[in-house]
Design a protein. Structure first.
Length: 252
């Protein structure tokens, strides 16, 4: 569990609520600032290359009431199955960005994701800093997960990639695009990653509802007990507000 606690804490750095990019040797960190009054957040002009390199973080049409549910799933702790149950209840399809660990240790769970119509996407094999890798090593990380999903799980990896820790470079995005991948960031997230300090459910639900915006790509961690507790109520409220749940292909 220590290893996965480190992964969860690393993800925290990718979910600080400021939408900006910090460049260091060509490497950027993607951060997500929650916008008030249901306003759609905008990426900085310096990051225009994201869309030019097959990346996206929000829906195209600012008038369309659509949400994209995405989950970063590195391991199972009893809550992922609960999340899947709620999604099935609402007939809502989501995208799960998985790691090698989940595919190897919880094969049936990943197989269930695909069987129930969810996208099983690439979060890399080992959750490394991809900006430190050359193109060959970068490709190997993505292909390792592809092979495990195909050979062990019997599932084809959907061609959507999410950088570990939200850390990326223009070179990374071009490398992913050359491999046939679209890079998916997010426009709404919150502090749900620390399983030992889970946020209060009602406050978390209200925070997400207050910051929902058209075309939101929502990042949640399915290991979060809070998320498992509030997801049914969240989806019910979003549906009541007229939102539908889109698929990642629509982003591009």
């Amino acid at each position: 569990m220590k290893k996965f606690k480190i992964i969860a804490l690393a993800c925290a750095f990718a979910s600080v609520f400021t939408l900006c990019a910090h460049a260091s040797g060509g490497a950027y960190n993607w951060y997500c600032k929650r916008a008030k009054n249901h306003t759609r957040p905008e990426a900085e002009p310096s990051m225009s290359f994201i869309s030019e390199c097959g990346g996206a973080y929000i829906g195209k049409n600012p008038e369309e009431k659509v949400l994209y549910l995405t989950f970063d799933a590195g391991y199972e702790n009893g809550n992922i199955a609960r999340i899947l149950d709620v999604l099935a209840k609402h007939k809502a399809h989501a995208a799960f960005f998985v790691l090698e660990n989940l595919a190897v240790r919880n094969t049936e769970l990943v197989r269930r994701m695909a069987a129930e119509g969810h996208l099983v996407c690439n979060h890399t094999a080992r959750h490394r800093d991809m900006t430190k890798m050359n193109d060959e090593a970068f490709a190997a990380e993505l292909k390792t997960l592809e092979d495990i999903l195909a050979e062990k799980v019997g599932v084809m990896c959907a061609k959507f990639y999410r950088p570990p820790e939200g850390r990326f470079s223009e070179k990374n995005l071009k490398a992913a695009e050359a491999l046939g991948y679209k890079t998916v960031f997010w426009s709404l997230a919150y502090a749900d990653w620390d399983n030992e300090k889970q946020p209060e459910p009602e406050k978390s639900k209200q925070l997400l509802l207050a910051n929902t915006h058209n075309g939101a790509v929502i990042l949640l961690h399915p290991t979060s007990k809070t998320n498992a507790d509030i997801l049914d109520a969240l989806l019910t409220e979003w549906e009541a507000q007229g939102y539908r749940f889109g698929t990642l292909g629509e982003l591009f």
